[in-house]
Structures are given as structure tokens and as C-alpha cells.
Design a protein around this ligand. Structure first.
Ligand code: BV8
Ligand code: ZN
Length: 236
């Protein structure tokens, strides 16, 4: 399906769901997980974003999140984030993001589900204490009042997504008539099943990614370009 013909179809949609990943923040200077910039001090991000890595070396993992937090706090939403936020004026838009950087919200989007948590949130490893962390950049995990160490309140590999968030995400994926999948390799589950829910409900699927993904062949249109270049044109 060609770009122009899909633009005609987009005009009639009632609800658009965006599934976004690390790639949509790449043009804001935030490294992706699997791209060439996905390494940190020669560590594989995939190996650091796990509960075992945290318990093996809490200081190292905490430092990784601290450095990402500093980078994220100085980052700005790019044209891709802003185009999605602008769209809210015209149609029902819900964003299901795998990102923990908060840039969709910073761009002005109001319906954002953070499937994998948020870098500004922390929680206790034992009790139910939760908090937001804005400036404390201590280089090792602080202690909770109960005496146990605190951790980033994100979903690590091998951990389940928050059930309420995941159930709501599925509802939105089932209800949309257009799903735009931008900046994600669709490697990570269960987020990578969301396009399947949408397709089962006859939604149009558009992929925005400079590279092929695990589901490119299922898409009605795969736009091989970056999100900051594509989204303003696609949804203007
Ligand atoms: C779960 C939060 C039930 C932290 C993240 C074997 C053993 C154990 C588990 C598994 C296993 N096999 C499968 C699993 C399940 C596992 C999984 O999917 N693993 C993968 C690696 C195979 N999933 C889980 O564990 C999930 N939980 O399933 O619970 C369970 C419980 C126990 C045991 C089994 C199952 C939890 C997954 C959540 C993990 N946490 N992040 C943090 O951020 O620090 S995931 C992490 O990867 C980030 O959130 C990231 O966003 C996400 C996904 O990656 P992408 O966003 O797609 O990023 P990536 O770098 O891959 O791709 C970027 C894309 O952008 C590329 O395609 C690139 O071409 C493109 N791009 C680049 N530049 C641009 C661009 N696109 C547009 N514009 C650009 N400028
Ligand atoms: Zn505690």
C-alpha cells in the first residue's frame, strides 16, 4: 500500500494506537537497546536490564540507570514525539510505549501507557514503598526505611508487566482502527504481540523503522525511514 493512499485512509480513522520503542527516542539522543549505540561501558543493555544483574551488582546497575536518567533529563522530545502529541487535537490517540524516558508525556501526549515502567520511579526490593526520583544521583542504590535496597521501578527481563497496564494495553490494541508501530524491533514480548491483537480486529498496521523488524511482512505499510522524519508527514 502506498504512502498517499494510506493517508486517505488515515483521515477516516477514529482511534490510533501507537506502539513505540527505543528507536523513537533515538533522535533525541537516547541510545537504543540493540542498535550499535546499545552498549554501555561495553555491557549489553539486555544483560543489565535483569533482576539477576541487579542482585549480582546493584551498584553497577544503579549507576547505569543514573547515567540514563541524567541523559534522559537533558533530552527533549523530537519531531516524532511532537507529531503524535499534536494528533490528539484531531483523533483519539493512545500510546503504548516500551520506553521508560517519559518523552511522549514531555511532548504533550496525555494517553500514555508505560508498559515497562518509568526511569523516574523507584521502589523497595522488599516492602511496598514507592517513590519518584528526580535529582538524587547517589552512585549506589539508596536504602528504604525498612532497611532494604531500593531499585528502579521498571520491568526487567524475566519480570511480568504490571497486569492492569497490560490488560488495558490489550483493550486499546483491540479497539483501534489504525496501529502505528514506530521505533521498535518487536523483539521483546509481550509488547510484540500488540500488533497481532490489532490485526485480528482488522486495524491498519503501519511500521515506521529504518530497518526490517520481526513483523514487517504483516504490515500494511512499512516505511523505511526514521520516526522524526516520517511521523510529521504521515499524520499531518
Ligand atoms: C515477561 C525496561 C513473563 C527496562 C525492558 C527467555 C528467558 C526469559 C524471558 C524470555 C525468554 N524469551 C523471551 C522472554 C520474554 C522476554 C523477552 O521478550 N526477551 C527477548 C529479549 C526475547 N520478555 C520479558 O521478560 C518481559 N516479561 O515476558 O513476563 C515472563 C516472566 C518470566 C519468564 C518469562 C516470561 C519483560 C520485558 C521488558 C524488559 N524491559 N525495558 C529498561 O528500559 O531499562 S525492554 C527494553 O527493550 C526496552 O524497554 C526497549 O524499549 C525494549 C524493546 O526494545 P525496542 O524498544 O524495540 O528497542 P530495540 O533497541 O530493540 O530496537 C530499536 C528499533 O528502533 C530498531 O528496530 C531500530 O531499527 C529502530 N530505530 C533506530 N533508530 C530509529 C528507529 N526507528 C525509528 N526512528 C529512528 N530514529
Ligand atoms: Zn522497604
Amino acid at each position: 500500500m502506498m504512502f498517499d493512499s494510506i493517508k486517505d485512509q488515515i483521515r477516516d480513522v477514529k482511534k490510533i494506537v501507537f506502539v513505540t520503542g527505543a528507536g523513537i527516542s533515538q533522535e533525541s539522543g537516547i541510545p537504543t537497546f540493540r542498535g550499535k549505540d546499545g552498549l554501555w561501558r561495553n555491557y549489553d543493555a539486555m544483560k543489565l536490564a535483569t533482576i539477576n544483574a541487579f542482585y549480582d551488582n546493584p551498584k553497577l546497575v544503579w549507576e547505569w540507570y543514573n547515567e540514563r536518567r541524567k541523559n534522559i533529563f537533558s533530552a527533549h522530545p523530537n519531531e516524532g514525539h511532537k507529531a503524535i502529541a499534536d494528533l490528539e487535537k484531531y483523533v483519539d490517540v493512545v500510546i503504548l510505549t516500551q520506553n521508560i524516558d517519559g518523552l511522549h508525556q514531555k511532548a504533550g501526549s496525555t494517553q500514555v501507557l508505560e508498559l515497562h515502567g518509568s526511569i523516574v520511579k523507584i521502589k523497595c526490593t522488599v516492602c511496598d514503598f514507592k517513590d519518584e526520583i528526580m535529582t538524587d544521583f547517589s552512585d549506589s542504590p539508596p536504602l528504604c526505611k525498612c532497611g532494604n535496597i531500593l531499585r528502579p521501578d521498571v520491568v526487567w527481563f524475566g519480570e511480568s508487566l504490571p497486569q492492569d497496564v497490560w490488560q488495558e494495553a490489550i483493550i486499546h490494541a483491540n479497539q483501534c482502527d489504525l496501529m502505528v508501530i514506530a521505533g521498535t524491533s518487536l523483539v521483546v514480548s509481550p509488547a510484540n504481540t500488540l500488533p497481532i491483537y490489532a490485526k485480528q480486529n482488522n486495524a491498519l498496521l503501519i511500521e515506521v523503522n529504518p530497518e526490517d523488524t520481526e513483523m514487517s511482512l504483516e504490515m500494511d505499510l512499512a516505511i523505511r525511514n526514521t520516526s522524526a522524519n516520517t511521523l510529521p508527514k504521515l499524520i499531518s
